[in-house]
Write a protein that binds this ligand. Structure first.
Ligand SMILES: Cc1cc2nc3c(=O)[nH]c(=O)nc-3n(C[C@H](O)[C@H](O)[C@H](O)COP(=O)(O)OP(=O)(O)OC[C@H]3O[C@@H](n4cnc5c(N)ncnc54)[C@H](O)[C@@H]3O)c2cc1C
Length: 385
């Protein structure tokens, strides 16, 4: 077993940290306060190749793998959970699915523009009635001549209102049950596509929107994979987007620890640094140990993907679940350690606190991850199939 990172990976992680410190950290609170989506930063990360780690060079990627992707995501997530989302919208939830299931024409048409962030992407699974229960979605894409007519709505879709392209899931045939679900690459500038932004507690510089599809005429080549491949593509994709979530959660948890340690070394009460109090030391130690465990689970899942095990649902659920719980606990602990200053907007800990809970919700809630793990352990349904 090899636990060390290669020099190349360490250098990539450091470069992503330097980028985040320079381009993101100084502005993240202001962007959040103003609900500003810094598209220029998302595009700059595209120029740096950040979204192309698991994508071959022939489609514009840098082909360095999933572990590299996780390391970069962790560092960016340490600076801003809102910008961290871009790793999913530009690659793991969009370009990577097109790479795995698309025709050569689709790959050439969409992947280079997504991973360079020339085009902003989004992936649209959730609708008003279908969150965890993905197949309960209502959107339809009825075959019509050579193409399809897309109708319905999606909600809680990250980056949708700024997106040029969506990987959207809809039923081509409801009668067939889950076999009637398909995946479509939707040009968001087509007639009949509109969006409305939603307000939310955290990640406020990541726009999240409803999408309305009204008689949208999709060309035949919008279909990704075969008719009826929707469930396979969607769950295969969630298993990759969870990596981004786990890595981002580790990054944000680390930011919480960093803020708590710094405060413990600055603030004095009762004539000594608050870090000298054992109760604070215990909280720092617990955070550090939890973060290290979440990090190792995340790196292991990424490493497995680099070995070709993209279907590592079980190990991915361990990582996503544990990172989501860890970051939520760490944000709460950091808030406690900073006291009133944690609650103040003067320090980023208030933003960390608001952003952290999202990691328990997206890409399958903590309950859903536990369901996957529990069913596997009990032998009712194997997670890795
Ligand atoms: C900021 C934000 C960004 C998002 N971005 C995207 C995006 O880009 N694309 C996209 O498609 N979606 C996106 N989502 C949607 C997200 O994936 C869903 O919110 C998530 O899947 C949970 O669905 P839900 O919120 O409808 O909760 P529900 O499914 O309604 O669940 C409600 C509660 O019941 C629990 N529950 C549900 N089923 C079970 C079960 N079988 N066993 C045990 N407990 C269960 C859940 O854990 C939860 O606690 C985003 C959401 C947010 C908040």
């Amino acid at each position: 077993m090899e636990f060390g990172l290669s020099e190349e990976l360490l250098a990539m992680k450091q470069a992503a940290r330097d980028f985040t410190e320079k381009e993101i950290v100084p502005h993240a609170d202001k962007w959040d306060e103003e609900h500003h989506f810094p598209v220029e930063v998302v595009k700059k990360m595209g120029d740096l190749g950040y979204y192309g780690c698991p994508i071959p060079e022939e489609y514009g990627g840098i082909d360095v793998g999933f572990l590299a992707q996780a390391l970069i995501t962790e560092e960016v997530g340490r600076g801003s959970s809102s910008i961290r989302v871009a790793f999913n919208t530009q690659c793991l939830g969009t370009a990577l699915s097109i790479l795995r299931h698309g025709t050569e024409e689709q790959k050439k048409k969409w992947i280079p523009d997504l991973i360079s962030a020339k085009k902003i992407g989004c992936f649209a699974i959730t609708d008003a009635n279908a969150g965890s229960d993905v197949v309960a979605m209502k959107a339809t894409a009825k075959p019509d001549g050579d193409g399809f007519i897309l109708n319905g709505s999606k909600t809680w879709i990250s980056y949708a209102s700024r997106a040029d392209v969506a990987l959207a899931y809809a039923y081509h045939d409801r009668e067939k049950g889950s076999k009637g679900l398909s995946a479509f690459i939707v040009d968001m500038h087509l007639d009949g596509v509109t969006t409305t932004d939603l307000d939310k507690l955290g990640t406020r510089s990541s726009p999240t929107s409803e999408i309305f599809f009204e008689d949208v005429k999709l060309p035949g080549d919008a279909l990704l994979g075969k008719l009826g491949d929707g469930v396979k593509i969607c769950f295969g994709s969630l298993n990759q987007t969870r990596l981004c979530c786990a890595a981002g959660g580790v990054g944000l948890a680390q930011a919480c620890l960093d803020a708590a340690v710094q405060y413990c070394n600055e603030r004095e009460q009762f004539g000594q640094l608050v870090g000298k109090f054992q109760m604070n030391q215990e909280q720092i130690a617990t955070m550090a140990a939890d973060i290290e465990a979440a990090r190792l689970l995340t790196y292991r899942a990424a490493w497995q993907k680099d070995q070709g095990q993209l279907g590592n649902t079980l190990e991915m659920s361990y990582a996503k679940y544990f990172a989501g719980e860890t970051v939520t606990r760490c944000a709460h602990t950091a808030m406690k350690i900073l006291g009133a200053y944690g609650y103040s907007t003067e320090y980023p800990v208030a933003r960390y606190y608001r952003d952290a809970v999202l990691y328990q919700i997206v890409e399958g809630t903590s309950n859903i991850q536990k369901m996957i793990i529990g069913l596997d352990q009990l032998g009712f349904r194997k997670a890795n199939r």
